[in-house]
Design a protein around this ligand. Structure first.
Ligand code: PEP
Ligand code: MG
Length: 572
């Protein structure tokens, strides 16, 4: 048994067999003097296996996500059966008496170059698909196992070197028992999605080299402790912990239907964060009172072009209808940072989190953004929609964004399409620039939602993805807390409501501060809702307000965290 200390990211105990998923890097050598018939046979065997794998992924995607998301894999099957590819590889093997790997790469490079040189953006993108199927056949030629998380046939723990947000979003939580990723912090989007799905996650370096496929693993998402090949005693201990957690869940079930209200009558709205319409089920199951953040960028990911107006409209309508009149905050596209769109030709940026991200990207492509706004406004008649703008830093952005929304409203009126004329428009408060000017912004919007994930990284100038500086990334930093207090006061001064949808909203040590400051809403991953409600029911607003004042006299994040920890323990 080996013990490894990782970083805790998403709660829960995971016990199961490992599947190691590495980003495969191929170094293809030219080998001459090969038996051409044997090489052709190897190529055909790997190609048939690739078709088998992709067909399985296609069926799975169709079942979990739907036709649109599955389409890309149907296209891969067509490419794998393409006669020009097959005959091309055979001809190179015959002419050069070389290995199948080299022949395949030679032909693929030829097709990739053709597609990449095309004018049409859609055709250009096809080069990526050729790369994808080539890499799959190369892996099979090298004898490696299928490692795609979509190909799991039994429950497993995924050990990955670089799990992307879209990888995570495509996972089936029934088969993924837990994740150990080599990179990313607690607020990376892969982490956020895992938390939303209730999948335990720990970050630990070099795990893909340390762990072998099929090895038994145990880990605790709360402490970050991982054991490979655990002893019987260790397994017993962790199974007991798992049972205890299940027991706690049962106790929390009893809070369903009760109010999120303090002992002295202060009421907070407890909402859920979602990444696609299917996540609403979890929010409702956990008795969420609203959707406080729908990260719409996930509708745009794991596919090969932009979702059109109708697709978006259907998604927003589905969420609103399922929430049945309860508030739904839908955030407009927040792409950039660690959320990439494979089909978008955005030049690589030195600092993507400071670059053409979120509202900046949308305002640079108004026609594309208008499609989303139109879909949102059309959906607004199906429930209590609130539109939220991400990463506003300067007033001009807010004014421009509101102008565009008004333009779309005019178009809808001209087309006699119904929408809610008084739909709320709010903004994320996730940059120090916006926080300092909160008084002025509050006069221009209907609500604020504090995005602590970014507010922390931009305030302390610490990359939320970088483990090397993770010790600086702290929600307890006195300046972060001071800014949050200011945002709340500015909102209430202008008579608008203010919520929080960053990961800090469900931080047990911080919840008393949010109550003390008077936040109106807290939005979090669904599995945290009932635990937070239990905590709120045990708090007094009066004492929490005193705690805010005490804490803001302290100088360091460490001192504040310690003080909050003591206060949390007292209340348990
Ligand atoms: C945040 O920044 O806190 C937030 C909720 O948005 P995201 O995590 O998607 O950047
Ligand atoms: Mg953010």
């Amino acid at each position: 048994m080996t013990r490894i200390q990782g970083i805790s990211i998403s709660s829960g105990i995971a016990i199961g067999k490992a599947i190691v998923k590495r980003v495969i890097k191929h170094d293809i050598q030219f080998i001459q003097g090969k038996n051409t018939n044997e090489e052709k046979k190897r190529f055909h065997k790997a190609r048939s296996k690739a078709i088998e794998e992709v067909t399985k992924i296609y069926d799975e995607m169709l079942k979990i996500k739907g036709e649109k998301e599955a389409e890309i894999f149907a296209a891969h099957i067509t490419m794998l059966e393409d006669i020009e590819l097959i005959e091309g590889v055979e001809a190179v093997i015959d002419e050069q008496s070389c290995n199948a790997e080299w022949a395949l790469q030679h032909i693929s490079n030829h097709f990739i170059a053709i597609f990449e040189s095309m004018e049409d953006e859609y055709m250009k993108e096809r080069a990526l698909d050729i790369k994808d199927i080539t890499s799959r056949i190369q892996r099979l030629l090298s004898g490696s196992q299928a490692l795609s998380i979509l190909e799991l046939s039994e429950p497993a723990i995924i050990i990955a070197d670089d799990l992307t947000p879209s990888d995570t979003a495509q996972m089936n939580p029934e088969l993924v028992i837990g994740i150990i990723n080599e990179i990313g912090g607690p607020t990376s989007h892969a982490a956020i999605i895992a938390r939303m799905m209730g999948i335990p996650l720990v970050v630990a370096q070099e795990m893909t080299s340390l762990v072998k496929n099929g090895q038994m693993i145990v880990f605790d998402g709360d402490t970050g402790v991982i054991y490979t090949e655990p002893t019987e005693q260790c397994l017993k201990e962790y199974k007991e912990k798992q049972l205890k957690l299940a027991g706690r869940k049962l106790t929390l079930e009893k809070l369903k239907g009760t109010k999120s209200i303090t002992k002295d009558g202060f009421k907070v709205e407890l909402a859920g964060n979602i990444g696609n319409p299917k996540d609403v089920k979890m929010v409702l199951e956990q008795d969420g009172e609203a959707v406080g953040l729908f990260r719409t960028e996930f509708l745009y990911m794991s596919r090969d072009d932009f979702p059109n107006e109708e697709e978006q409209f259907m998604a927003y309508k589905e969420v609103l209808e399922k929430m049945d009149g309860r508030p739904v905050v839908i955030r407009t596209l927040d792409i950039g940072g660690d959320k990439e769109l494979s089909y978008l030709d955005i030049p690589k940026e030195m600092n993507p989190f400071l670059g053409c991200r979120a509202i900046r990207f949308c305002l640079s492509k108004p026609d594309l953004w208008k499609v989303q706004i139109k879909a949102l406004l059309r959906a607004s008649v199906y429930g209590e929609l609130r539109i939220m703008l991400p990463m506003i830093t300067v007033m001009e952005e807010l004014i421009k964004a509101k102008e565009i929304i008004e333009e779309v409203k005019v178009d809808l009126r001209n087309e006699s399409i119904a929408f809610n004329e008084s739909v709320s428009v709010g903004m994320m408060m996730e940059t120090p620039a916006a926080a300092v000017m909160a008084d002025m912004f509050a006069k221009e919007v209907d609500f604020f939602s504090i995005g602590t994930n970014d507010l922390i990284q931009y305030t302390i100038a610490v990359d939320r993805m970088n483990n090397e500086v993770a010790h600086l990334y702290s929600p307890y930093h006195p300046v972060v807390l001071t800014l949050i207090k200011k945002i709340v006061e500015s909102a209430h001064g202008a008579g608008i409501w203010v919520g929080m949808c960053g990961e800090a909203a469900a931080d047990k040590k911080l919840v008393p501060l949010w109550i003390g400051m008077g936040l109106d809403e807290l939005s979090m991953s669904a599995p945290s809702i009932l635990e937070t409600r239990a905590q709120i029911q045990n708090l007094s607003k009066k004492e929490a307000t005193k705690l805010v004042n005490d804490v803001l006299l302290l100088k360091t994040a460490e001192m504040i965290e310690k003080r909050l920890e003591e206060s949390y323990k007292c209340l348990r």
